[in-house]
Write a protein that binds this ligand. Structure first.
Ligand code: GDP
Length: 196
């Protein structure tokens, strides 16, 4: 993930850059405040690769970053801001649904979930939209530093059990941007997607 450079931002499905044959995409999605920007920055070794406005209600965009090997990292808008007007929430959901279901060169989805609050209703919605593509999903249970060792082990077990029905399509790990833990595991899983 090192040396990612910003490519473009889009607000509408029609604005998506062409899906290039030599640019497989790996998307990052999560509930607002789950730690997605921090995780992207941690994995990319940057401090400001992903910097989203923290003002609820601001239009959010899909941000594309390009790696030297051609791979695109795609930062999807965070969902679940209660303060956002219904119409705007619907338009973000439409954009997410379209992208997750239809994007031809999307090879895998990284989902960021706060380890203290995993698998919210909207998280399950994202899984529902993307799982039919049969592409892999990797879940980062973020802010794992906020849980004790015992609590995090229990959460990991429970989330894995809840997703057992998806077989090997969904993998789960603990992650902390603060403590920089879980980086290697995430890189290994996502790196394997690129080799398939
Ligand atoms: P996003 O809205 O999903 O992009 O979330 P951010 O990355 O902006 O993080 C939301 C809040 O959680 C910020 O206050 C971060 O400092 C905090 N945060 C993110 N990652 C971690 C982590 O690994 N550990 C802890 N303790 N806090 C984190």
């Amino acid at each position: 993930f090192r040396h990612a450079v910003f490519e473009t931002s889009v607000a509408k499905p029609c604005g998506l850059p062409p899906a290039l044959a030599d640019a497989p995409e790996i998307a990052f999605v999560g509930r607002s405040n789950a730690g997605k920007s921090s995780a992207l920055n941690t994995l990319a070794g940057h401090t400001r690769l992903a910097f989203v406005s923290k003002t609820p209600g601001r239009t959010q965009l899909i941000n594309f970053f390009r790696l030297p090997n051609g791979v695109r990292l795609v930062d999807l808008p965070g969902y679940g801001y209660a303060a956002v007007p219904e119409a705007i929430r619907r338009s973000w959901a439409g954009l997410l649904e379209h992208y997750l279901k239809k994007r031809e060169n999307l090879i895998g989805l990284v989902m960021i979930m706060d380890a203290r609050r995993p698998l919210t209703e909207l998280d399950l919605q994202m899984i529902d939209w993307f799982a039919p593509t049969a592409n892999p999903i990797h879940i980062l249970l973020s802010k794992a530093d906020k849980l004790t060792r015992q609590e995090s082990a229990k959460t990991l077990r429970e989330v894995r059990a809840a997703l057992e029905i998806y077989g090997g399509q969904i993998s789960v790990q603990l992650f902390s941007s603060l403590k920089k833990t879980g980086i290697e595991e995430a890189e290994t899983v996502v790196g394997a997607w690129l080799e398939d």
